[in-house]
Design a protein. Sequence first.
Length: 53
Amino acid sequence: MDTNLPEKRNITAEKAIKVLQKNGIEITEKKAEELLDLMYFLAKLIVNQNFKK
């Protein structure tokens, strides 16, 4: 399995900021990028632990 594939990210920091603002959460672009990094990491971890052998 090649783990050096480039990541495809569909959500930008700007989109994340807009979604969070709709829900009353104010966040900077830097913090939005950090949040997205964490969420993508957790998603990849969950997939690897539960669906790959």
